[in-house]
Write a protein that binds this ligand. Structure first.
Ligand code: ZN
Length: 193
């Protein structure tokens, strides 16, 4: 009976104070609280009863709908750079923060109109970039920075970690004097992200 009830509720909209289950059944997860052995929703959102791990969570409604799709402008942090592509962890979509993990791929051919020899001239791990989703084929988000408003918005010195200052086409570290290259957005180091 208890399981029947849980299944019925999973994925459904709940409001703060809604009863989700008891601690004998579930571990209280994100967006829930426990009182006297009963688990309640802390927020308005969708309940997720993870029957495998016996955990109940509530994902806020606003965050559920902020999912990147083709045409979305996203902000993310560069996780890894290889010669021909960079992996970016997305944390904002169309001006709204998202929960959950989304990563996108920026391929060297989508960086800019001119020829780029290596991704290491475009961004480095730890940089913050603004990009646009151009494809979600096979559930992989492909990104582009081919626009003056897109590219690195905050870049960090790969030698000492300070934020780099931009002077024309050169990125210079005010701390250690190191110079680097980036494909920057037009509001580099000025914009609010
Ligand atoms: Zn430096």
């Amino acid at each position: 009976m208890v399981n029947e009830q849980s299944k019925r509720k999973s994925g459904q909209l709940v409001v703060p104070g809604d009863r989700l289950g008891v601690i004998e059944e579930f571990t209280p997860g994100q967006g829930t609280y426990e009182e006297g052995g009963t688990i309640f929703s802390l927020t308005t959102g969708r309940a997720l009863m993870d029957l495998l791990n016996k955990k109940v969570s509530v994902y806020p409604k606003a965050q559920v709908s902020a999912v990147p799709h083709v045409g979305s402008v996203v902000i993310g942090q560069v996780l890894e750079v290889q010669n021909k592509q960079a992996t970016i962890r997305i944390f904002e979509v169309d001006g709204r923060s998202i929960s959950g993990v989304f990563s996108g791929l920026l391929h060297i051919s989508d960086v800019t109109q001119r020829y780029v020899e290596s991704m290491y001239e475009v961004c480095k791990a730890g940089d913050i970039v603004r990009a646009k989703v151009i494809s979600d084929k096979n559930r992989v988000l492909h990104l582009t920075t081919n626009d003056k408003d897109l590219g690195v918005v905050y870049g960090f010195c790969s030698r000492c970690g300070q934020s780099l200052a931009q002077k024309r086409f050169i990125m210079r570290c005010p701390e250690c004097g190191n110079t680097e290259r980036r494909k920057t957005a037009s509001d580099y180091d000025k914009g609010e992200i």
